[in-house]
Ligand binder design. Structure first.
Ligand SMILES: Nc1ncnc2c1ncn2[C@@H]1O[C@H](COP(=O)(O)OP(=O)(O)O)[C@@H](O)[C@H]1O
Ligand SMILES: [Mg+2]
Length: 199
């Protein structure tokens, strides 16, 4: 079982994934909790490059997309595929839907570029994806309370509106896999709804 967690900044992905991890472990499953971009030492280095605000040049949108997929290739090979092969449950904080939402809907890159990458470099897709959806300002105010903002979190509100509509579009197309959860609810309510979908 491969489960991914999606949504804009501060909607509660990490909060939900931790609860889900504890819940599934208590059920006696072997669970791997991981995240994108990152999840392996090398992919975490790529993450630092992607999230750092201290660059002397602006990052080209294509560079951003390709770094995401470079990290993902490493993550698939080192972590996701071995875990799934061993029968473990993989909980992944963001996956390919985030590339669509951020790099296509947000940055404006073509869907063709993304489809090419998905078709050639993504061997496994999540069985179920939880999309935590809330007004972007709510998530941003939660993220601001968390501390210093990374390169994505520093984007303007209009960018996050585009990202959110990207998720909305995916949900409309792939409603069987992607489950929308109202992220304005309490963390416990969000968790209960996710568990209900899992069952
Ligand atoms: N449902 C919720 N209601 C209120 N606050 C929440 C909720 N979920 C998470 N938070 C808080 O909002 C902040 C961002 O949550 P987090 O899980 O880190 O979001 P994400 O991983 O999606 O960026 C954290 O301080 C967290 O404690
Ligand atoms: Mg998080």
């Amino acid at each position: 079982m491969f489960i991914s967690f999606e949504g804009t900044e501060g909607v509660g992905k990490t909060t939900l994934i931790r609860k889900m991890y504890d819940y599934l472990e208590q059920q006696g499953r072997q669970v791997v909790l991981t995240r994108e971009p990152g999840g392996t030492p090398m992919a975490e280095q790529i993450r630092s490059l992607l999230l750092s605000v201290n660059h002397e040049e602006s990052m080209a949108h294509d560079t951003e997309l390709l770094l995401m997929y470079a990290a993902r290739a490493q993550h698939l090979q080192q972590v996701i595929v071995p875990a799934l092969t061993a029968g473990k449950t993989v909980l992944c904080d963001r996956f390919t839907d985030a590339s669509f939402a951020y790099q296509c809907a947000g940055r404006g890159l073509s869907k063709e570029k993304l489809q090419l990458l998905n078709a050639n470099f993504v061997s496994h897709m999540p069985n179920i994806t939880f999309w935590l959806d809330a007004p972007t300002e709510l998530g941003m105010s939660r993220a601001r309370e968390r501390g210093a903002l990374d390169r994505f979190e520093q984007e303007k509100a209009t960018f996050f509106e585009k990202v959110r509509s990207g998720y909305q579009e995916l949900w409309g197309q792939q409603g069987k896999r992607i489950k929308r959860i109202d992220a304005t609810q309490t963390p416990d309510q969000v968790f209960e709804q996710a568990v209900a979908y899992l069952k």
